[in-house]
Design a protein around this ligand. Structure first.
Ligand code: SAM
Ligand code: ZN
Length: 278
């Protein structure tokens, strides 16, 4: 329910509780008079003041991600994340926060499975337009994950992060004792055949291990699941896959967003890491 999600939010300017007003327009308002109007697509922009140094995904990158995810190639991942999250979302009023929600694809699967209230954060307005359409019952917020989150202490049951930046200190602050952090990352060899043909960025050596170490300072590891998804992809599908991720910025800058031809057999290799709040 949206009201449960809003109850977990805090004003980014004064940390006061936020309330949802519907009149004269849909607005999140705190007791000190800070107002955040809903965009017409239904998301809220909580990022005020100076812009961020991060490059948000563009409308084209978001459209590519939608085409690819809507085709169901990663359905097995969505199902696995939803099942993992559901265990910690059984109580009435449970809240799940999706950091870097993108088009809201994985948050949708979790909400459908658990019935929990959802908060989706992303820095890209283009992504949130889609997310707000897919998950109208969630609070979809423009926010930068590297800043203090506009969320109360100990107020969410699950934080999920699927191929998006992680801010372990803030995740630890907002997750309730006994809550879960679910992180999806690529394993070595993830889509190697596509990377070789499209200029998609490879996985930086040791990067994931370093990130896992930073998370362990705040959380207790509670299990790691490997998930391999074999894929047969056409040229346009490969193009979408390359363009929808971080490489999309580089491919666009280099004018290399042209579609590869032919088809390829490849495997998506995911790692689902689960942590409990310690
Ligand atoms: C590779 S996409 C993954 C999106 C979604 N979780 C999915 O798997 O479909 C990474 C997402 O993180 C968002 N993002 C990148 N940096 C961010 C930041 N500092 N704060 C919030 N969102 C960010 C991007 O806009 C993008 O939607
Ligand atoms: Zn305020």
């Amino acid at each position: 329910m949206l009201s449960d999600a809003v109850a977990a939010l805090r004003c980014p300017l004064c940390q006061g509780a936020l309330q949802l007003r519907e009149q004269p327009q849909r607005t999140l308002a705190c007791g000190s008079g800070h107002l955040f109007d809903s965009a017409k697509q239904g998301y809220f922009n909580l990022l005020t003041g100076k812009g961020t140094v991060f490059e948000a995904d563009t409308a084209d990158m978001v459209a590519a991600r939608c085409r690819f995810l809507d085709a169901g190639h990663y359905a097995a991942l969505a199902a696995a994340v939803a099942e993992e999250a559901a265990g910690a979302l059984r109580l009435p009023g449970a809240v799940v926060l999706d950091a870097g929600t993108g088009t809201g694809h994985y948050l949708h699967a979790v909400i459908e499975e658990s019935g929990a209230a959802g908060i989706g954060l992303d820095i890209s307005k283009f992504a949130l337009r889609r997310a707000a359409r897919l998950n109208p019952q969630a609070a979809n917020l423009v926010w930068d994950i590297w800043r203090p989150l506009p969320v109360a202490d100990n107020s969410v049951d699950v934080v999920m992060v699927v191929f998006a930046p992680r801010n372990p200190a803030e995740f630890a602050r907002v997750i309730r004792p006994g809550g879960k952090l679910i992180v999806v990352t690529p394993r070595p060899g993830h889509l190697a055949e596509v990377a070789a043909r499209t200029g998609m960025l490879g996985i930086e050596d040791g990067k994931e291990e370093r990130l896992a170490e930073t998370i362990k300072g705040y959380f207790t590891p509670a299990g790691v699941l490997g998930l391999d998804v074999p894929l047969e992809l056409t040229g346009p599908q490969m193009g979408d896959l390359a363009f929808m991720g971080p490489a999309g910025h580089h491919l666009r800058d280099q004018g290399q967003a042209g579609e590869p031809t032919g088809s390829v057999a490849t495997t998506a290799r995911f790692r689902i890491s689960v942590f409990t709040a310690s």
